[in-house]
Design a binder for this molecule. Structure first.
Ligand SMILES: Cc1ncc(COP(=O)(O)O)c(C=O)c1O
Length: 430
């Protein structure tokens, strides 16, 4: 099929990785499947599912300092904040808060910026973003406070139009809300350079990043990229249904989020409404520990023990490289399909696989997305997504407001999965 590329460590480790995901080739009813829907929710790693069960059945609900069960809960919270901080290369766990979902975190963040955003400020959101990082800003600041919310376009190739984004920024831009990778077209936003360019025009602009789609595919470094606020989701990162918010402490301290009077106005708990979900937090710990396990496998037994943030970086860089190889293989195969019967939305050139994550939006055989999804499932046991994927502006730009097919891969997939999808698409398109 494709010219043989040199072996990547994750090629050899793939069987071991796959064994960590008990539902990888069977759905909940035991039916064989190829799961190509990580964009909607990754598979849960074995230890993350076990940790949730254990915590729910055993842990004291409230943290505290007197009774041992209480201190165990308090220690869990502190440990997982520190772990999540290392995952995004933040300074420490005080900058991490836990939420019901990334969407809930972003709404609370938008609300909390009262008194921080100037009344004459404007905000920039992007058409590449999932609505979770658009609606909170439009609702709270556009509708609620009457501020101007500007929308950066995407290019015909499904990338963020950075030139357009920069043309929208000015000295009054108070906030840029931007994704780091699109869950619609898979394209990556070069965060560091984009943020630096925006700040030249808008020095006081805060940058709030939706890293939900990027988190399972590559490393996140909040310090290197110079962003201010960032969310990711546990269930897109091999773990629980929950959102995680990171923010630069100096900024978080100024915010006034929803908060009951008795919840102290201190980091990080001031952002957390009600008791925390201990089962999810324990599960998140296991999911992130899984990535450290992966780093150990990739580094091999002889590798010197690096700090935890570096080990996360190693795991995520290996995942990125491995997935780019899968993406190249898929793009090469898709390029051979009849263009009148198959259309890929997004970067299609295999040589540019580094500009995207392995999330592929497409139309096949002129079928409505739900029908194509049904045929892939019923005829080939392949599970993909249909619909707008909450990236409403992306599908409007692509001229498919009713929805598109999306196949999304992760590091537990392999060349065989790519070839199975290609074969099925060839049959459908043919
Ligand atoms: C890119 C992106 N951002 C945000 C979200 C929302 O995350 P959550 O379900 O945790 O609110 C999703 C979920 O699909 C997503 O794909």
């Amino acid at each position: 099929m494709t010219a043989k590329a040199p072996i990547h460590p994750l090629d050899a480790l793939n069987p071991e990785v796959r064994r960590r995901f008990p539902t990888i080739d069977r759905d909940s009813g035991g039916r064989p499947r190829l799961y190509l829907n990580t964009g909607a929710g990754s598979l849960t790693v074995d230890t993350a599912a076990e940790a949730a069960r254990d915590a729910q059945g055993r842990l004291n609900p409230m943290p505290g300092v007197v009774v041992s069960g209480e201190s165990e809960t308090a220690a869990l919270h502190a440990r997982v904040r520190d772990l999540a901080a290392d995952f995004v290369n933040a300074r420490n766990g005080r900058e991490i808060s836990f939420h019901q979902s990334a969407t809930a975190a972003l709404f609370n963040l938008a609300f909390g910026l009262r008194g921080v955003l100037h009344p004459s400020a404007n905000l920039i959101v992007t058409d590449l973003d999932h609505m979770a990082n658009v609606s909170p800003w439009e609702t709270v600041w556009g509708e609620g406070h009457g501020l101007e919310v500007r929308r950066a376009r995407i290019t015909t190739e499904g990338k963020l139009d950075i030139a357009h984004l920069l043309s929208l920024a000015d000295a009054r831009t108070g906030l840029l809300a931007v994704t780091s990778a699109s869950n619609g077209t898979g394209s990556i936003v070069p965060l560091g350079e984009t943020v630096a360019a925006v700040r030249k025009k808008a020095p006081d602009c805060l940058v709030a990043v939706d890293a939900v789609h990027h988190a399972p595919h590559g490393s996140i470094d909040v310090q290197e990229t110079g962003v201010d606020l960032l969310v990711f989701s546990g269930y897109k990162t091999f773990g629980p249904m929950m959102g995680v918010l990171w923010g630069r402490a100096e900024i978080l301290e100024k915010l006034r989020p929803y908060r009951v009077e008795t919840n102290k106005d201190v980091l990080p708990g001031k952002f957390e409404m009600g008791m925390l979900n201990n089962a999810s937090i324990a599960s998140l710990e296991a999911a992130l520990e899984y990535l450290l396990w992966l780093a150990r496998l990739v580094a091999g037994p002889a590798a010197p023990e690096a700090g935890r943030a570096s080990r996360f970086r190693l795991a995520m860089t290996s995942i990125l490289e491995y997935e780019q190889r899968l993406a190249r293989r898929l793009l090469e195969g898709l390029g051979r399909l009849d263009p009148s019967r198959f259309r890929l939305f997004g970067i299609a050139d295999p040589a540019r696989a580094a500009e995207r994550v392995p999330t592929f939006a497409f139309d096949v055989a002129g079928l409505p997305a739900t029908e194509a999804k049904r045929r892939l499932w019923e005829g080939f046991g392949i599970q993909i997504a249909d619909g707008n994927h909450y990236s409403a502006a992306v599908v409007r730009h692509l001229g498919r407001p009713e929805g598109i097919c999306r196949a999304s891969f992760a590091h537990y997939d392999n060349a065989e999965a790519v070839d199975r999808l290609l074969e099925a698409l060839e049959r459908l398109a043919g």
